[in-house]
Design a protein around this ligand. Structure first.
Ligand code: MN
Length: 448
């Protein structure tokens, strides 16, 4: 696990003025990675600083990085950089802080050749995500959803012993801003015993999640111990695991979600590194006294004390009408990543515990981040659900969310934009943010 060092000091100031504004997501203490493109230039690795991007490729070409870092900075994706061991990640972060700190002798050179306004770029996928696995780590989400699908038996007996997950689809992960086409599929029969229909999804939903991007991989046949798990984690990003609830309900038994999930997932362009998150580490979830202890391979002293991350998450929705009438996006949910029953270290350890090899750039999804209260529920399935009603999946048995235009939503409508934000904040460190993860819903394709 990364220790606190000089790069976390709240006293650091950058010569990039916008990075010193109190409301910025990207002060010099953050330095999240992205991949971006400007017209006529190749895709480049970048680092967020205030409202600008430091072009890492350009830094390498100007001789500002050592040969090893210059070599990974030329790549059109982050994968090679992500594979560097933590000691080198830390050296690179230290060098970037040097370059961007007030008083840097290279400030003029960088300002002229390696700084791009974020508003001028197209963001690309930050890395090639070879494999994506999605977990189910919020016990409140699992309990709420379990209550809808299995009222008598909400939390299955394995839940508190094993981080539940399934293999997701990597090919359809897109970067923030990419429009999301409403899927068509087999929908749950409306009457018991009736045949399913094939139509556009009617219960279209988002899931508020955090993605953990794998850094160093592990060899096939070798597992990662819980004490080494953090050294295989590169960083975190905001993740929207779009979900077609009516397709899901019909298809998910007995093998789990399939087409209800695989049509698209959206990530933020920014990956906040594990080192940047060091000041915001916290104890793992406090289990009830009667809960089982995790098996030994999922337990360690360091994971208990620092495995959690004090990360605040928000969901906003903007309908097309709201946009036209000049309304701002409406806050639907405010949640905390501390509500997760399992830490990312436990998920990664469990994932590799059968000898499955994880590779640089692979992504682990946390599962929907939901808390105990209604306003911290991380998807519409839960937000508009009245907990006292059984079998609350059909649209008619739900309490809609109201918007200033007079519109109501039980699930997402065409034209709706879903926006996630995330930030870490404590009194003795600089606040750092995750940027935004946004997607707008397009109508289902007619050709289907
Ligand atoms: Mn999910």
């Amino acid at each position: 696990m990364y220790a606190l060092n000089a790069t976390h000091s709240p006293d650091l100031v950058s010569w990039v003025e916008s990075a010193n504004q109190p409301e910025t997501d990207f002060p010099i203490q953050n330095l999240p990675y992205c991949v971006f493109k400007t017209p006529g230039n190749p895709a480049s690795i970048g680092i967020g600083i205030g409202d600008q991007i430091l072009n890492l490729r350009a830094c390498g070409e100007s001789g500002l990085l050592n040969p090893r870092f210059a070599s990974v900075s030329k790549q059109p994706t982050l994968n090679q950089l992500m594979a560097l061991p933590p000691t080198e990640q830390s050296q690179l972060r230290g060098r970037i802080v040097e370059l961007l700190s007030e008083g840097s002798p290279d400030a003029d050179k960088i300002a002229n050749t390696a700084l791009v306004p974020q508003s001028d770029v197209e963001f690309l996928m930050p890395c090639n995500i070879g494999d994506y696995s999605d977990f189910y780590a919020s016990v409140y989400h699992a309990t709420n959803v379990g209550s809808m699908f299995r009222p008598d038996n909400p939390l299955l007996p394995n839940y508190k012993h094993i981080p539940i997950g399934y293999h997701g689809r990597a090919s359809s992960i897109v970067v923030s801003g990419t429009p999301i086409r409403r899927p068509v599929g087999q929908l749950t029969p409306t009457e018991p015993g009736a045949a399913p229909t094939r139509d556009a999804c009617k219960l279209f939903d988002y899931e508020l999640e955090v993605g953990c991007l794998v850094g160093q991989g592990n060899q096939l046949g070798e597992s990662v111990s819980i004490d080494n798990a953090e050294s295989h984690m590169f960083g975190l990003t905001l993740l929207n695991d779009w979900s077609a609830r009516d397709i899901q309900k019909w298809e998910y038994q007995p093998l789990g979600p399939f087409l209800a999930k695989s049509f698209a997932s959206t990530i933020s362009p920014w990956i906040v590194t594990m080192e940047a998150l060091a000041p915001f580490r916290c104890p793992e979830f406090k289990r009830d006294a009667e809960d089982p202890r995790p098996l030994n391979y999922l337990a360690s002293d360091s994971n208990s004390k620092f495995g959690g991350i004090d990360l605040q998450l928000e969901v906003y929705l903007l309908t097309e009408q709201m946009q036209q009438q000049g309304f701002k996006p409406q806050l639907l949910t405010r949640g905390s990543f501390t509500n997760l029953y399992w830490t990312f270290a436990q998920m990664l350890t469990h994932h590799s515990s059968n000898g499955c090899n994880l590779r640089p750039g692979d992504m682990l999804g946390s599962g929907t981040v939901s808390g105990q209260t209604r306003d911290s529920r991380g998807c519409m399935l839960e937000l508009t659900w009245d907990g006292d009603q059984q079998n609350a999946l059909p649209g008619s048995q739900r309490t809609p969310i109201k918007f200033p235009t007079g519109e109501e939503r039980k699930f997402l409508a065409d034209g709706d934009s879903v926006i996630f934000r995330g930030f870490c904040e404590t009194s003795d460190h600089r606040r750092i943010g995750f940027g935004t993860c946004m997607g707008q819903v397009l109508p289902a394709s007619q050709s289907n």
